[in-house]
Design a protein around this ligand. Structure first.
Ligand SMILES: [Zn+2]
Length: 156
């Protein structure tokens, strides 16, 4: 992402966070974490984010990083990847949520998946396209509809 695009994205998320969590202060280090997470292609650990941010924010603590990361996970902007042996890693999911749609009642649920680049790579290899956006919709029966149908079947 270009720098201007990233800043635009950060502003957009900050606005969203301010409206959803009026009590939460969006400090400069927190903005810096967001910026870093949007720009990085890696899945950094809290420790790696800490090392990076320390260059600009000398007094930042690892506790602040953890605190901000947990908040951003809860707000739905970061995804926690727990990998055996390498601890918890973080991934930006701002643009990476996908839709699960119920064919019966039309309910839509978001789901997150970090490894979508596998599909993107296959698509690029096979078609030669350069991918700009990924949008995935899966269709099925939501839990409520499954239950409704099971009850109907039982009552029939
Ligand atoms: Zn349904």
């Amino acid at each position: 992402m270009t720098q201007a695009k990233t800043q635009e994205k950060v502003q957009e998320i900050v606005k969203d966070l301010k409206s959803k969590y009026p009590k939460f202060r969006i400090t400069e280090p927190r903005k810096a974490i967001l910026t870093y997470m949007i720009d990085t292609d890696r899945h950094p650990t809290a420790e790696e984010i800490y090392q990076y941010l320390k260059q600009d924010f000398k007094s930042i603590s690892l506790a602040t990083i953890y605190n901000s990361l947990h908040f951003l996970v809860e707000a739905g902007y970061l995804y926690e990847l727990t990998q055996a042996g390498s601890g918890t890693r973080y991934d930006f999911v701002g643009d990476r949520h996908y839709h699960m749609i119920c064919k019966r009642c039309g309910r839509v649920d978001d789901f997150y998946y970090h490894d979508i680049h596998v599909i993107n790579q296959a698509a690029m290899d096979q078609t030669g396209y350069q991918i700009q956006q990924t949008k995935i919709e899966l269709y099925g029966l939501c839990p409520q509809c499954q239950q409704d149908l099971a009850e109907q079947e039982r009552d029939a």
